[in-house]
Design a protein around this ligand. Structure first.
Ligand code: UN1
Length: 529
């Protein structure tokens, strides 16, 4: 028997208000220790999308304790059975894809086609890891000694604390939770306070898929000073064995420090200032289209969005002309009302303020505005037009600092060597792209760019669910999400040896002694006194 999701009528009406819940030890909670908070539609602030429990340290402690209690029996559940639950999750996500996508559009203002794509990414992730439950391969390794066997096994870590951002509110949590749980860990998930509704729906689907109580726990609320900070504090107190975080470099550094002291390895997926290089020989139509999508898709609110467009001088003027014209023509608006908008509103007020402030920073540094995006229809929602800075040098702050929002810089260079130097000229290293037809440049770019991800003749955005995702430098600590590579983030290798010789065989010591008996008489070389 299925029960209806709890909702309340929303007075101004895009749809009913979802009563979002925390999920602790298999129990759904409407109230957190701090009461409740609201999530409003960023396109139309009158639309109350969800009310959610405001969780604090007490809720997080209970969630960690519930995850700890659930861990032994979940870890002992055969991996193929854990995989079967992940498979059912994939099926449920597929059944509910359209409803979930529409909710994503309403909760964060992502255009529907993108929202569908991001739900699909969660489906792809769950499908990939369903079958991983039948692998989770270890190795058999030859021994130095007779009648002895060596094996390796992947062992789960324990309780994983997952902290996710709001811009991919179902895809990125699935990148963390699906492999973490599949590998036999339990989890406490602190969802973004921009997306308590979709997080609740995702957790409901896990429960419906048959996940035992306490294996996944969900808390809502703020990062700093709230549930997120409490979850990071749980590293110190032994409440969690690992943090997996997607968000800012500043917070990532803090998590890295706290984790380091506890000898834990967090997964840190942080910011980016991603370069997109257009060389003189590029297919300019493709480059303009790719740059437009990389810069302004999702309103530039992806960690993989292009930050600096690096233009080889011979095509710079023509690229600028076409790119600025195309950006000027982009349709911005409420994606719940109009499916044809290119991007919707800013997802939260913090991103809006950061984007507004960036304009003055760029102008003060001497950059010019090739397109002066400004705030649109300020009363109804957080809409802004695309901004393009021209005459940018890579050492300017606007070229160095990540800015979540529809803004991109044009940086002119002379030739490939300078393009590569400029592309590598920020402390970040998440994604990158080059448009060229020159095979040697393609090869040099992919070898020498200091980025975890590199596109040749494609956008900086658009990771696939089975390729490693992650960055270098300020973009992360080298851990990767997705595909087989993420398994190393949620397991530790255990080496096992089985000795069937009925005697104490000593590795290294015995073999050295045997070798000495049969070898040359090196002592004969010693000078005779
Ligand atoms: C993010 O913005 O944190 O590759 C993730 C992409 C998306 C994921 C972005 N699939 O652009």
């Amino acid at each position: 028997m299925s029960t209806a999701l709890p909702t309340r009528p929303c007075p101004e009406g895009y749809g009913p208000t979802l009563v979002a819940h925390a999920f602790i030890g298999g129990e759904w909670r409407e109230q957190g220790s701090g009461g409740v908070f609201e999530r409003r539609n960023p396109s139309n602030r009158a639309d109350l999308v969800a009310v959610a429990p405001l969780c604090g340290a007490a809720d997080v402690a209970q969630a960690c304790a519930a995850a700890r209690r659930a861990w032994p029996s979940w870890a002992a559940t055969p991996a193929p059975r854990r995989g079967a639950i992940v498979g059912r999750l994939a099926e449920l996500l597929r059944q509910r894809k359209e409803t979930l996508a529409r909710f994503v559009t309403r909760e964060i203002g992502k255009p529907l086609r993108e929202a569908r794509g991001s739900v699909q990414e969660a489906i792809d992730t769950a499908e990939f890891f369903q079958s991983e439950g039948r692998r989770l391969y270890g190795q058999t390794v030859p021994s130095e000694l007779p009648l002895k066997q060596l094996y390796t096994f992947r062992r789960p870590l324990g309780v994983v604390g997952a902290i996710s951002a709001g811009n991919f509110p179902i895809a990125v949590p699935s990148w963390k939770l699906v492999p973490a749980l599949l590998c036999g860990n339990t989890a406490v998930w602190k969802a973004s306070d921009d997306t308590p509704g979709i997080a609740t729906l995702f957790a409901r689907l896990w429960e419906e898929a048959g996940l035992p109580p306490g294996v996944l726990n969900l808390v809502h609320g703020a990062g700093k000073g709230g549930a997120g900070e409490a979850l990071v504090d749980a590293v110190r107190t032994g409440g969690v064995d690992k943090i997996s975080f997607t968000g800012s470099t500043e917070v990532g550094r803090h998590i890295g420090e706290v984790s380091g002291r506890a000898l834990q390895v967090p997964s840190l997926e942080l910011g980016g200032k991603n370069p997109l290089v257009v060389m003189a020989d590029a297919n300019l139509d493709a480059a303009v289209e790719g740059a437009l999508w990389a810069s302004f898709g999702t309103g530039g609110q992806r960690c993989t969005s292009a930050g600096n467009i690096v233009l080889d001088r011979p095509i710079a003027a023509e690229f600028r002309r076409r790119f600025v014209a195309a950006a000027r023509a982009l349709k911005v608006g409420d994606p719940s009302r109009d499916e044809t908008v290119f991007y919707g509103p800013m997802m939260n007020e913090r991103f809006l303020k950061g984007w507004l402030a960036q304009r003055e920073v760029g102008l003060a540094e001497g950059a010019t505005l090739a397109l002066d995006g400004s705030r649109l229809a300020p009363d109804s929602g957080w809409f802004v037009g695309p901004r393009i800075f021209d005459g940018v040098r890579i050492d300017m702050r606007i070229a160095q600092e990540e800015c979540f929002g529809p803004t991109v810089n044009l940086v002119e260079v002379d030739g490939f060597d300078e393009a590569l130097r400029v592309a590598n000229g920020t402390p970040y290293g998440l994604s990158s792209a080059v448009y060229t037809r020159n095979a040697q440049w393609m090869l040099r770019f992919q070898t020498d760019i200091r980025a975890g991800m590199c596109s040749i003749n494609n956008s900086t955005t658009g990771a696939e669910a089975h390729l490693p995702f992650g960055g270098n430098g300020w973009s992360g600590n080298g851990t990767r999400e997705s595909g087989i590579w993420v398994l190393d983030a949620y397991t530790r290798w255990q080496a096992v040896n089985v000795d069937l010789s009925d005697s104490l065989q000593l590795a290294q010591i015995d073999t050295a002694a045997e070798g000495a008996k049969r070898g040359l008489d090196w002592a004969a070389l010693a000078p005779k006194g």
